[in-house]
Ligand binder design. Structure first.
Ligand code: SF4
Ligand code: SF4
Length: 428
């Protein structure tokens, strides 16, 4: 069944389509850590149908159930009807946000995501004070709390903050590498404020290839964290801003490249879904899709990088690659990063690279962290079992979750975005 975005949101039709075959149950991330029919794709669809028909009140219990989905899309991938359970849950979370309000700390976080200058100030203050409350592990861009607090535990790793963000580290907005070709970079918030080596590695690769880099410094958060939490006001604000902004320079660049699975999926796929009932904006989002690429996708398909890497030394350290849900399941991208990495590193596959890491979004990482932790442990164990030197994934949300999970099981692997591995290989 092929669904148009506008059909997806007639969700009583979607929920009635479920044939209860149960194929989605074994792959469902929440069902694997909370084995209850109501927290399974089939159960969610039943409840969503009842809610839509007016047979289920959206009370605290229903809210709790609908907020426990990881939005990993594993169910969609295996469903014989391709039922978009994740998208229907995204819609009902907007109703939850309207009925119950968004928690104050999430509202504050989303306010920062709307205004880069405010975010810059907040993260700078965070950098100044982070050593008071946290122990910094600079070799892995992480930190852990010095005290046990309701949502912060001493054994939980979080990303540490950088003194200067990636976008502010570079005074020039256009980096001239010869003027023959030009791409724009969309860096994402974790890449901008926490894992800044990803963006700098991407600049090194573009310099090597002689491709100009436009940093698009006015870019706002893609708004994925707000979308998954049901704060549609923030999505509307940021998505419209980004679409207008991208239109202002899209004719001057070959592509807008994004070294982040979640941000690229949000810009390329979820904007269209979000604007399903705003036709002008939906059309403008669709018009930009052909310009937006995950970074390894564009580099592998549209440059000579593969053959250049083949002339470089093979590293003795091997790599295991985790597939972000927003790359493999949503965009079908899993060969491209492996193709590039494998030129200079042996890849040793973990037992199931396509299993969700268990990040799950803002609510899962705060109020429901026990689920995120439980879903992360098997992923960390399978990474550890590979005995690889590096674990790689083109997603900073996966990086945050995998680093935290590996810390619980003493996995020795070092996390690198494939862009960082490639930049290192080019120096050999
Ligand atoms: S999106 Fe993931 S967690 Fe949610 S129902 Fe589907 S498989 Fe389960
Ligand atoms: S795989 Fe699809 S049709 Fe089968 S139970 Fe799950 S949601 Fe329903």
């Amino acid at each position: 069944m092929s669904l148009r975005p506008q059909d997806i949101f007639n969700y009583s039709d979607i929920t009635d389509e479920c044939i209860k075959c149960g194929k989605c149950i074994p792959v469902c991330t929440i069902h694997n850590v909370n084995a209850d029919e109501v927290t399974s794709p089939r159960g969610f669809l039943d409840l969503l149908g009842a809610y839509h028909k007016g047979d289920l009140e959206l009370d605290k219990n229903a809210k709790n159930i609908f907020e426990s989905c990881f939005l990993c899309t594993a169910c969609v991938e295996v469903c014989p009807k391709s039922l978009p359970t994740d998208m229907v849950i995204e819609q009902v979370r907007a109703d939850i946000g309207k009925k119950f309000g968004i928690a104050w700390y999430k509202k504050l976080f989303f306010l920062l995501l709307r205004h880069r200058w405010l975010n810059d100030v907040a993260f700078k203050l965070g950098w100044v004070f982070q050593t008071c409350g946290f122990k910094i592990q600079s070799d892995i861009d992480s930190m852990n709390s010095r005290f046990n607090l309701p949502m912060l535990k001493v054994d939980r790793l979080l990303p540490s903050l950088k003194k200067v963000s990636f976008l502010n580290q570079h005074k020039k907005e256009l980096i001239d590498n010869g003027g023959k070709r030009r791409v724009a970079i969309f860096i994402g918030c974790l890449g901008n404020y926490n894992y800044v080596n990803v963006g700098n590695s991407l600049l090194e690769i573009l310099e090597y290839l002689g491709i100009d880099a436009f940093l698009a410094k006015d870019q706002k958060c893609c708004s994925a964290p707000a979308y998954f939490t049901g704060d549609f006001d923030t999505v509307d604000y940021n998505a419209k801003f980004n679409i207008e902004y991208f239109e202002s320079f899209s004719k001057d660049v070959e592509a807008i490249i994004v070294p982040e699975a979640t941000c690229s999926a949000m810009l390329k796929i979820d904007y269209e879904h979000y604007f399903h009932n705003q036709s002008e904006w939906r059309d403008r989002a669709i018009a930009l899709k052909s310009k937006i690429f995950m970074a390894t996708e564009w580099l592998e398909k549209h440059t000579e990088l593969n053959s250049i890497l083949a002339t470089k030394k093979k590293d003795v350290r091997n790599v295991t690659y985790h597939d972000p849900c927003h790359a493999r399941k949503m965009q079908g991208l899993y060969k491209e990063p492996r193709e590039l990495i494998s030129k200079n590193y042996d890849i040793v596959e973990m037992s199931d690279p396509n299993t969700c890491c268990g990040f799950g979004g803002v609510t899962m990482q705060s109020e429901k962290y026990e689920f995120a932790k439980a879903a992360g442990l098997p992923k960390a164990a399978m990474i550890k079992d590979t005995n690889a030197h590096f674990v790689s994934s083109e997603c900073s949300a996966c990086r945050m979750q995998i680093n935290a999970s590996m810390n619980y099981v003493d996995a020795p692997q070092i996390f690198k975005n494939p862009i960082e591995l490639i930049a290192e290989a080019l120096k050999s």
